[in-house]
Design a protein around this ligand. Structure first.
Ligand code: IMP
Ligand code: MG
Length: 186
């Protein structure tokens, strides 16, 4: 039998203007804190890539970027609890100021794992910047230096965030809703 429910963006949770305001505020804080330090922004693919592209252009301090591809959701909307490094960084973070740039922190499992991995590489400092944080205190408690916005514990898509690889291109962040697929007349 074919799938009878289809996923689509629902209510807009954060519109493009609000996103721009959040990015500008975070960039100002980071620029202030990292003056003269040339940090490496470590972006977690793929969800964080749109956020990074906007954030880096708003920063007023020299910085480098690098990417780590991690996966925690096998599929769907609930965390598998397992984290896997799909692709590692291309540069050394030893003795560098590292700022992890993440799209959303849900349970915190992904972040806790990455923080542990990066700490072992002896950075000079290690902080986290996330665009979104879900309201519930996650399973893993992590000090998050920069938080764009706290949102309710719902699954969201757009601005880099996906549902089964779709909807990353939306310029806003929306809830995800499921509707019945129209049935062909028989
Ligand atoms: P955590 O390990 O439970 O904190 O999950 C973090 C990762 O799961 C994020 O980096 C996202 O890739 C993904 N994720 C969590 N919540 C959402 C969501 O609402 N929409 C899309 N992806 C999400
Ligand atoms: Mg992610």
């Amino acid at each position: 039998m074919s799938e009878t429910r289809i996923a689509r963006p629902g209510e807009v949770i954060i519109d493009p203007d609000e996103i721009a305001g959040i990015v500008a505020r975070l960039a100002e804080e980071i620029s202030h804190d990292y003056e003269g330090r040339n940090p490496i922004l470590v972006n977690l693919l793929k969800g964080g890539v749109v956020f990074l592209a906007d954030l880096m252009r708003a920063l007023q301090v020299p910085h480098q970027i690098d990417f780590m591809h991690v996966s925690s959701y096998e599929n769907g909307t609930s965390s598998s609890g397992r984290v896997r490094i799909v692709d590692d960084l291309s540069c050394s973070v030893e003795d560098r100021d590292v700022l992890i740039v993440e799209d959303v922190i849900d349970t915190g499992t992904t972040l806790a794992y990455i923080v542990n991995v990066l700490q072992l590489r002896r950075p000079r400092s290690l902080e986290v910047c996330t665009l979104l944080k879900k309201g519930l205190e996650g399973a893993v408690r992590m000090p998050i230096r920069y938080v764009g916005k706290v949102i309710p514990d719902i699954f969201v898509v757009g601005y880099g965030l996906d549902y089964e690889e779709g909807f990353r291109d939306l310029p806003y962040i929306a809830s995800l809703e499921f509707v019945d697929r129209p049935q062909p007349d028989v």
